[in-house]
Design a protein around this ligand. Structure first.
Ligand code: ADP
Ligand code: MG
Ligand code: MG
Length: 213
């Protein structure tokens, strides 16, 4: 069961890499408005390295948690940039939560996503409303948790949470940046969504589609 679950981890990372590849220019364009323009390329480097590391680890008969942890380490190592370090941290938080022993249930996955949001907030010293990836991730984590507690399947809960994340990422356009490179560029940033929130929502939506297949 854990082997099948490790394969699902590889498939999830493959879906994330694909959607980042498709949006690499758009993410770079968004980051160029009030940042340094490297968010697309950084996410692409991170997701590519993470998928390769996950494949290699899964082929060595590792469980889901070890596969995801290797992916997180590779992402942080290779992406560069603030978002790369934080994505690596997030994947490792989910990996710690799901572990290697059993196929994780919806509550365990949801707890892992919440732990990822907490880890990013702690290390990045950002909170909701600061105009970062957390403005998509925290609403995503909260929607996922509330749906799971209400008894939804992981697939149904994830789909609804991904829609919440997408709406929240777009709504970040109206926020004033309070942290990161966009902070000195309030005027430029206003009206544009945070690139890290947009990429987070894209990744969540791609995983929703994968789970539904
Ligand atoms: P860099 O800013 O180092 O060039 P990226 O362009 O890859 O890194 O990523 C920028 C994104 O990282 C931002 O849009 C924001 O979502 C996220 N980010 C930046 N700083 C923080 C932080 N302190 N906490 C959470 N997220 C952050
Ligand atoms: Mg950047
Ligand atoms: Mg940069």
């Amino acid at each position: 069961e854990s082997r099948a679950c490790a394969q699902l981890v590889v498939d999830v990372l493959g879906a994330i890499k694909r959607v980042i590849d498709e949006n690499v220019d758009e993410l770079g364009r968004l980051d160029a408005i009030a940042g340094d323009g490297d968010h697309g390329i950084g996410m692409q480097r991170g997701a590519t390295a993470a998928l390769a590391a996950a494949r290699k680890t899964e082929q060595a008969d590792a469980g889901a948690g070890a596969t995801l942890a290797a992916a997180g380490d590779a992402w942080a190592d290779r992406a560069g940039g603030t978002s790369g370090a934080l994505w690596g941290l997030a994947l490792r938080a989910v990996a710690d939560s799901i572990g290697d022993e059993n196929a994780p249930d919806a509550a365990t996955v949801s707890a892992g996503i919440s732990a990822a949001a907490d880890a990013i907030a702690r290390v990045g010293k950002a909170e909701l409303g600061d105009k970062t990836m957390l403005d998509a991730l925290i609403p995503f984590a909260e929607a996922l948790a509330s749906r799971v507690v209400a008894g939804s399947s992981l697939t149904a809960a994830w789909r609804q949470a991904a829609e919440v994340a997408t709406t929240a990422a777009q709504a970040s356009a109206d926020l004033i940046p309070r942290i990161g490179r966009a902070r000195p560029h309030v005027e430029k940033s206003l009206g544009t969504p945070d690139p890290g929130a947009v990429s987070l929502a894209l990744a969540a939506t791609a995983v929703a589609v994968l789970l539904e297949d």
